[in-house]
Design a binder for this molecule. Structure first.
Ligand code: GLV
Ligand code: GLV
Length: 326
């Protein structure tokens, strides 16, 4: 008998087949979204779980499933998992860093550009049959090249966006992060560490890439938006909740900043109605890592972690590797 695992959402059939060589796999080909009660029910008897951001793993769920040994997230962020509660119970947690870095940086840059140059707003105008003449100021946006690119959260993805801006578009890069990059990493991209207030004040295009935690909840709220340039754009590819969406909608309505690009939302898949109603917001459904190749690499890496964790191996990207030695 193979150990039993749950694959909580629909994923690539090839990945299910790989897992089935090691495990008795219960999968979800209908791609049903489980309520917490349904998830708890389906985890009964399972020693491992392959999950996504739609599954929440908390202490109560873990206490009801003491046989669970590993929770492998198909995402780099893991704010859907109570890692401390997992560690306390010896449950291995893993994520999927690195494999998505460049794909996600591509998207962050694209979303910033679409926002600055009003790509989706002008496309809607054309599709609505409203394009009947040239006009000198029609959809005039903000330049990207040569502008100051602000990055809040200089992890791997932030560095990828900075590299694109500095090397590809001649942007000046300012960033704020808890820790400064070593000089040999700042140098090639001309990146300048600044305090948060300076970042807000100087950015022409501010991109938010910081992981969500209690410390970064509403890191961009009304007070921060008030410090930005009225011509600035704000792009969020981090997590809903890092930006205060209601405060952002208000700032856009009052013309405090020029435009926003959002791939993540508080309470997604719900989107704040005032953001939906605004023209100067580019909205995408949490797809920054969604290239076919990268989604496959993420699924494979989550599977690698699950297989290693349950067969005595070393999971390649454990979040709490200390549980392995315990
Ligand atoms: C997606 O948001 C991820 O964390 O991978
Ligand atoms: C987050 O983990 C990142 O890669 O920026």
């Amino acid at each position: 008998d193979k150990p039993a695992v749950l694959v909580a959402r629909k994923v690539f059939p090839e990945v299910i087949e790989r897992l089935a060589q090691h495990f008795d796999v219960e999968d979800n080909p209908e791609d049903h979204i489980h309520t917490p009660a349904e998830l708890a029910q389906r985890l009964q008897g399972k020693v491992g779980a392959f999950i996504t951001l739609s599954e929440r793993i908390d202490a109560a769920l873990l206490d009801a499933q003491p046989q669970l040994r590993a929770v492998c997230n198909m995402a780099v962020g893991y704010n859907n998992i109570d890692v401390a509660a997992c560690t306390a119970r010896g449950v291995l947690v893993s994520n999927t860093p690195d494999v998505l870095t460049e794909t996600t940086a591509d998207f962050g840059f694209a979303l910033m550009m679409a926002t600055a140059r009003r790509i989706t707003e002008s496309e809607r105008f054309l599709r609505e049959g409203r394009w009947d003449r040239w006009a000198y100021d029609m959809f005039a946006g903000t330049d990207v090249h040569g502008a100051t690119l602000g990055i809040l959260g200089m992890g791997r993805i932030g560095q990828g966006i900075a590299r694109r801006g500095a090397l590809g578009f001649g942007m000046k890069v300012a960033y704020h992060n808890r820790s400064r990059l070593p000089a040999d990493q700042e140098g090639p991209i001309n990146a300048r560490w600044v305090d948060k207030e300076t970042l807000l004040r100087e950015s022409d295009h501010l991109v938010v890439v910081v992981p969500y935690s209690a410390a970064t909840h509403h890191a961009i709220g009304a007070a921060e938006l008030a410090q930005m340039k009225p011509t600035a754009t704000l792009t969020n590819i981090a997590r809903g909740g890092v930006v205060d969406d209601a405060a952002l909608a208000q700032a856009l309505a009052e013309g405090r900043i020029a435009a926003a690009g959002l791939d993540v939302f508080e309470g997604e898949p719900q989107v704040h109605p005032e953001l939906l109603a605004r023209r100067n917001v580019v909205l995408t459904p949490h797809i920054a890592s969604a290239s076919v190749a990268t989604r496959r690499a993420m699924a494979d890496l989550a599977a690698d972690n699950l297989i290693a964790a349950l067969t005595g191996g070393t999971p390649p990207t454990a979040v709490n590797p200390q549980v392995l030695g315990a």
